[in-house]
Write a protein that binds this ligand. Structure first.
Ligand SMILES: Cc1cc2nc3c(=O)[nH]c(=O)nc-3n(C[C@H](O)[C@H](O)[C@H](O)COP(=O)(O)OP(=O)(O)OC[C@H]3O[C@@H](n4cnc5c(N)ncnc54)[C@H](O)[C@@H]3O)c2cc1C
Ligand code: FES
Ligand code: FES
Length: 1341
């Protein structure tokens, strides 16, 4: 066989369409993904990069294909980051730009998402839009279930998803009502219920939405149709720089190719091969694409089962199975139904749309959700090679682990046959993941048993596990041993014992969670046992006993109700307020529409600058080591490389001293953590820079000690100075008087910011006077300016830092952004060229640190009536290798530790541990989410020990009247108590608590829990000069206004609010006011947008500037009161009145004297309370967030839509912190969790099904603009209501099982921790390894 291009002939042209435009690519590179092609080549930057591995959905596009034989057009969502452009021949791609834009017409999806406040930073929005758009192309009136499934693969770090769902559900046909009038009310009667209360629940008006008109959508490009119909199918070859892509047209050609290139992968969806190439550096010189071969795409219904082509996507598999299940009797479709159940949660919709059945099977990954079922279900593989065809059982390929040679390298999987199930056969599958949806399983299983007819005697038994070895594992010996046994408890006991013996999962097994995985293995088995018992009883109730409902409920998925979510805020504004005055109204985010159309520009969307270079960094692979040598010779020879940048190239400052230890740009002689930047490569493309970076060789000599954990830091006395302490009362004496004392320790894990836009910078030397434009994704342009200027040794007035908007930050884009910008600036300075430096997700997570892990060690004394009398606590935060914000975080840990409670005798201190981990930094809440959780844990422990309920202990200890806190500042807790009482009432706490207790009595393996938590969140930056702010307002002669201030738009809607402020002050519509960018050229020395203070302080400055302008215009206005704004502006200009003004705010009078432990560090307080209810599965550790009610005091909201968005978003981020986000480090200090595949942030499935947020009415705040309050951070802590609800559920387990003593739970409460806390016979039977007997895969830092 001759290959058109393999022998040097010209490669083929790649032809496809993007947004209706034909693209002919003559030099298609197999290594190029659609995402970079769209962004860099076609300059369509609406499609975003969030992770590059299919895990976040930011890059979602719609793919349309045409099948000439059936004339079928298929539309589906897909991750552009995993789609090789070479796989797109003949397809149509639709991106967010293609469906609508502000210049022409916006699409209803874009409009509704924006108007329902579904975008905050806007970085995830195009992806959300495209997932929803693809769904609407197939289902113009989707169900809520279809919507949540379509969006399950899209992550949003800002909104908490509720407003996104609100926007999407406006397309549903079904009425959004619980459909129940049982107690006289249904969910839609909410407005009626609230009538007369002067409150509103409407944040948008659906009346203004344009209808969806499917006839307006793009049609499949006729040219591509003609091409598909008329062009004979032939082998296509695309030749890239390093890789050849061959797409054969027939099976015969495919087999020839596979014989010729046995090592070449067959790439269909690229969801397995792609991530390996990207993240593990695997390189394939030849890639074969079998997707066009008909034999590999068959869907054939046969007499004894279903045959599916190996290249069928999982979405096609799902459709085929659904059809079969609907047509065949239940007995025959057991395997099909089990597969369908697993497919529901396998990846996101985009992944299921592109990844193939054959790819899932042949990758033989241990995490495959399909292989255990297919293996246990006796499915067969139809294999072919040049030598012929053969059929084998799928289970054979797992016979001796992954390296077995059942499959020949030149063999191709053509199709898979899934047989019908037989009578008397029972099949089931189980999986448990860190998150319920779109998460690879921690462990899974497929199980099947066949009984002798009319008996419960086992004839055949099969069990396959995933997640416990390097591939799917069969427990053959166990199954053999059980043949002939009755299905009873003795058999179960024996089965568990044998399985645990057969499965070898050593203590150091990769992936960790060893005891948990061992427990899951037997818990799954127990579930299967119960399930079969139940089925046997249903078949013959006389012969087989009934399984009590109490035990059987664990076999069902968590029950779902119609989601109900409401937001309640004070209605309108005061009656005298003019309709055009926007303050207090739920105004859409000023850039909302642009977010949804993809027109909103972020740092990496800035067009290429002439001759720009790309920077990739090389980071340390050692935690503490001397750099012996850096060998750059190979890297310098690599294609496209321009230069190497090291510490020697820094003209001035390489180390910044804000404390006694420095922040470092490039490591010079030694490295102090894994992930520290050592040097960089600049090249003509991002790919070349990365390829060359991989060739830099660094030789190290390890240094002692390597300090990673808090315990090690304590041992080595390794702390950043100063250490802080607070004290009041007489703690030692008080401990003498108390009824009970307990001592303990709680660990709270760190948290990755996971802003959707990774850190990035573009530095452009201007070629004159050492001036540089620095475009950075940062919260603190002035700091960037300062750091770049000092590292280059130029005055700050040469460095112009610009920020249009950033795709989320949450505290992570301050000092770290400064260091990264400095790296890029040094490179730009050395090369004299513009340098673009975009961190990929893995590097971002590795390099930039996150929230501080905290270990709290304490002793608490209390009376039997529940009163806390004394507490002595030491808080250790793991600061990492440099100070960054660690001292400030340690201070906040102390200042906010009391949360809502008066602790009369208190001694506490906090220490920032200096370790060899990447340096941690500020993160929403700044230490309070950690120390507040520890205090709430004390309350829970006191409740357990005193026999009182947790809410009673909370009430007893809560601040009740104006009094001094331990650092002498006064607190008036009136609104905190109001929030608590309202939350109690709104959540119907007591009646639901009774219902929870009732549920727990009736369910053994499932438990519910409920908890209500109060919150006092002090607002302020502790020091006056940090809260100063400035604004600049220009009025132009046409009456339009350009506004700027020092705040950064990162999703919190600050520009929207500032325009609202200017609109009120100048009395002109918001549409006349424009915000362009935040820049050090317009507002100098602005402090970072942090600590919830942006609106407070910049709002004051904007107001000041506008009032100055209005004062200047007043004489003109009073002379011509009937004139228009434009008349007055014109007149002012003619009278030579200055139409530009600055505004200034000096900052809040705050102080803290740490020597004395006294001060007034805060300006005011945000109060709140949250009540959450959860349900847990005691056998797997899974949990469901059933309901949350939040009542929160944010004064008079300037924009309730924006503020509620902040509360909900922070709350959901809090759920992430406290229940699922888990950073894993190796014992050598290497971060494992470097992407959304390993690190799980909340997804849509984690939003409480019933979710209500109420803003406390009649609350004034004399200290902030228009009586509002800064709200960015507070909601985060309320996420711990979910943590304590889980705790409550676990407590119910302990109570029922008569487990004695009290327990403590560390954070996050992951499925692993929940399962292991629910001690039972299965946790008992899984062997525990002696800690000294093995090196664990991961350590607790
Ligand atoms: C974000 C994400 C989430 C995921 N979540 C899950 C999950 O929850 N559960 C789960 O089970 N999986 C999950 N996966 C894995 C995914 O299902 C598999 O990667 C996918 O099914 C592989 O199919 P593909 O077509 O993309 O394979 P490709 O990457 O194209 O190929 C994979 C491998 O299979 C081989 N191969 C493919 N077809 C054939 C054939 N016909 N004959 C011989 N060899 C062949 C190739 O040579 C290659 O080595 C996830 C993947 C991603 C990226
Ligand atoms: S960038 Fe493609 S899924 Fe994250
Ligand atoms: S709005 Fe979704 S990530 Fe910011």
């Amino acid at each position: 066989m001759s290959l058109p291009a393999a022998g040097g002939a010209r490669p083929d042209e790649l032809i496809f369409c993007v947004n209706g435009r034909k693209i002919v690519e003559k030099n298609a590179d197999p290594e190029q993904m659609l995402l970079s092609y769209l962004r860099k080549r076609l300059r369509l930057t609406g499609t975003k990069y969030g992770c590059g591995g299919g895990g976040c959905g930011a890059c979602t596009v719609m793919i349309s294909t045409y099948e000439p034989a059936s004339k079928n057009i298929r539309h589906y969502s897909a991750n552009a980051c995993l789609l090789p452009i070479c796989s797109l021949h003949g397809v149509a791609v639709t991106t967010v730009e293609g469906i609508g834009c502000t210049k022409t017409r916006i699409h209803p999806v874009q409009e509704r998402l924006a108007k329902c406040h579904g975008s905050q930073c806007g970085f995830c929005t195009p992806g959300m839009v495209m997932s929803m758009y693809a769904l609407l192309r197939n289902h113009p009136e989707p169900s809520m279930e279809q919507i949540t499934a379509a969006l399950a693969g899209n992550l949003c770090r800002c909104t908490g998803y509720r407003p996104i769902l609100d926007g999407c559900k406006t397309f549903c046909k079904e009425p959004f009502c619980c459909q129940s009038k049982e107690n006289g009310n249904c969910c839609l009667d909410q407005e009626d219920k609230l009538k007369g209360e002067k409150i509103s629940t409407k944040l948008f008006s659906a009346d203004e939405f344009q209808p969806l008109d499917p006839t307006q959508e793009f049609i499949f490009p006729p040219e591509l149709m003609t091409m598909a119909e008329n062009q004979p199918k032939r082998t296509l070859v695309f030749q890239g720089e390093r890789t050849t892509w061959i797409s054969p047209a027939s099976l015969k050609e495919l087999l020839e190719l596979k014989a010729k290139y046995p090592k070449a992968p067959l790439v269909v969806g690229n969801t397995s091969v792609g991530p390996e190439m990207k993240f593990k550096g695997v390189h394939h010189p030849v890639i074969i694409s079998p997707a066009r071969i008909l034999d590999l795409n068959v869907v054939r219904y046969t007499d004894n089962g279903l045959t599916l082509g190996a290249a069928c996507s999982l979405a096609v598999v799902k459709d085929a199975l659904t059809n079969t299940v609907s047509e065949l009797p239940g007995d025959k479709t057991k395997i099909f139904r089990v597969l369908l159940h697993q497919l529901k949660t396998l990846g996101g919709q985009q992944i299921r749309n592109i990844s193939s059945l054959g790819g899932n099977i042949m990758s033989r990954k241990s995490t495959s959700d399909l292989n255990p079922i297919l293996a246990v279900g006796n499915c067969t593989l139809n294999l072919a090679s040049r030598e012929g065809t053969r059929r084998i059982y799928l289970s054979d390929i797992f016979a001796n682990g992954v390296g077995n040679n059942t499959l020949m390298p030149e063999e191709v999987l053509v199709s898979v046959h899934i047989p019908h199930s037989r009578k008397g056969e029972f099949v089931s599958a189980f999986r448990q993941a860190q998150r319920q949806e779109n998460a690879l399983p921690i462990a899974n299983a497929g199980m099947r048993v066949l009984f002798a007819e009319g008996t419960d005697i086992i004839l055949d038994f099969g069990i396959f596990y995933g997640g416990i070895g390097s591939t799917t594992v069969c427990v053959k010996q166990t199954c053999q041993a059980l043949i002939g046994r009755h299905w009873n408890e003795q058999m179960l006991d024996e089965a568990c014992r044998l399985v645990l013996k057969e499965v070898s999962l050593p203590g150091s097994a990769p992936g960790g969670k060893v005891e948990y995985r061992r427990t899951l293995i037997v818990s799954f088995l127990f579930k299967f046992y119960l399930e079969v018992l139940q089925s046997l009883n249903r078949m013959d109730p006389h012969l087989y006993p009934e399984l009590a409902e109490k035990y059987g409920s664990v076999l069902q998925d968590f029950q779902s109700q119609m989601p109900q979510r409401e937001q309640i805020y004070q209605q309108e504004v005061n009656p005298e307020q003019l309709p055009r005055d926007p303050i207090g109204r739920p105004i859409m985010h000023q850039a909302g529409i642009k977010h949804a159309t993809g027109e909103a520009l972020y740092c990496d969307d800035i067009r290429a600058v002439d001759e720009e270079l790309f920077l990739a960094v090389i980071t340390s692979s050692r935690a503490h080591a001397k750099i012996v040598s850096i060998d750059t010779s190979e890297a310098l020879k690599a294609p496209g490389v321009f230069d190497i940048i090291t510490a020697q190239d820094v003209p001035a400052t390489n180390e910044f001293y804000y404390y006694s230890d420095p922040e470092i740009i490039f490591a010079k002689d030694k490295v102090i953590c894994v992930g520290q930047i050592v040097c960089g490569v600049v090249a003509d493309s991002d790919a070349h820079a990365k390829q060359a970076a991989a060739k830099v060789k660094i030789e190290y000599e390890d240094l002692e000690p390597v300090i990673l954990t808090v315990e090690e830091a304590i041992k080595h006395n390794s702390f950043f100075e100063p250490q802080r302490k607070l004290e009041q009362g007489n703690v030692d004496e008080a401990f003498e008087t108390v009824d009970q004392i307990f001592e303990g320790e709680i660990h709270i894990g760190g948290q990755e910011h996971f802003y959707m836009e990774t850190q990035c910078a573009l530095v452009v030397p201007k070629g004159e006077d050492k001036e540089m434009d620095v475009y950075v994704s940062t919260q603190h342009p002035a700091l960037i300016q300062e750091m770049v200027a000092s590292c280059l040794g130029v005055p700050a007035n040469r460095i112009m830092c610009h920020v249009k908007r950033i795709g989320g930050a949450f505290g992570g884009k301050v000092g770290k952004a400064g260091l990264l910008a400095s790296v890029a600036a040094v490179a730009a300075n050395k090369t004299g060229r513009a340098v673009r430096f975009i961190l990929d997700r893995g590097d971002d997570m590795l390099i930039t640190g996150g929230r501080h892990p905290l270990v709290g060690k304490y002793k608490v004394g209390f009376m039997n009536d529940g009163r806390i009398v004394a507490a002595d606590a030491k808080y250790y935060i793991n600061g990492g290798c440099t100070p960054d914000d660690s001292i400030l975080v340690a201070e906040v840990v102390l200042l906010k530790m009391d949360n809502a409670y008066k602790i009369p005798n208190l001694r506490c201190c906090s220490l920032a541990c200096k370790t060899n981990l990447p340096s941690n930094t500020g993160f929403r809440g700044f230490g309070f989410p950690q120390s507040g959780l520890i205090t709430e844990s004390w309350i829970t422990a006191i409740a357990a020990k005193s026999g009182l309920s947790p809410e009673k202990v909370r009430e007893i200890n809560m601040y009740k009247e104006t009094e001094q806190m331990c650092y002498t500042q006064e607190l008036d807790p009136e609104n905190m108590v109001r929030c608590w009482n309202e939350c109690m009432e709104k959540s119907e706490y007591y009646s639901r608590k009774t219902a929870v207790e009732e549920f727990n009595k009736q369910n053994y393996w499932k438990k519910k829990g409920i908890a209500i938590i109060p919150m006092k969140f002090p607002f302020g930056l502790c020091t006056r000069f940090l809260s100063q702010a400035a604004a600049l307002v220009h009025i132009y002669m046409d009456g339009s206004v350009l506004l700027t201030h020092g705040g950064i738009e990162m999703g919190q809607g600050i520009h929207t609010k500032m325009i609202q402020v200017a609109s009120r002050e100048l009395k002109i519509p918001m549409s006349s006011i424009h915000f362009c960018e935040t820049s050090t050229t317009t507002v100098p020395n602005a402090y970072a947008s942090v600590a919830s203070a942006g609106t407070d302080v910049n709002g004051m400055a904007v107001k000041d500037a506008c009032q100055t302008l209005l004062k200047r215009l007043e004489p003109i206005i009073s002379k011509n009161p009937k004139g228009t704004w434009n008349d007055w502006v014109k007149e002012a200009f003619e009278q030579s009145i200055n139409l530009s003004a600055t505004g200034y705010f000096r900052g809040y009078e705050t102080n803290m004297d740490w020597e004395k432990g006294e001060g007034h560090p805060f300006t005011y307080f945000i109060f709140g309370a949250a009540c959450s209810e959860v349900e847990i599965d005691c056998l797997t550790g899974n949990h469901k967030n059933i309901r949350t009610d939040i009542v929160i005091d944010i004064g008079c909201s300037i924009n309730p839509a924006v503020d509620i968005g902040q509360i909900e978003g922070a709350f959901v981020q809090g759920i992430g912190l406290y229940t699922m986000e888990e950073l894993k480090y190796s014992p050598e200090g290497v971060l494992y969790t470097r992407g959304p595949d390993q690190y799980k942030i909340p997804a849509i499935c984690d939003l409480p099904e019933q979710f209500s947020v109420s803003l406390l009415s009649s609350s004034q705040n004399p200290y902030a603009i228009y009586s509002s309050k800064g709200i960015g951070e507070a909601g985060m802590f309320l996420g711990c209501s979910v943590f304590f609800a889980i705790w409550d559920a676990v407590a119910a387990v302990w109570k029922e099982r008569g487990l004695t003593g009290t327990f403590t739970l560390n954070s996050p409460l992951t499925p692993e921790r929940i399962r292991m806390a629910c001690a039972d016979q299965f946790t008992e039977m899984s062997t525990k390894d002696e800690p000294e007997s093995f090196v664990p895969w991961a350590i607790s830092i």
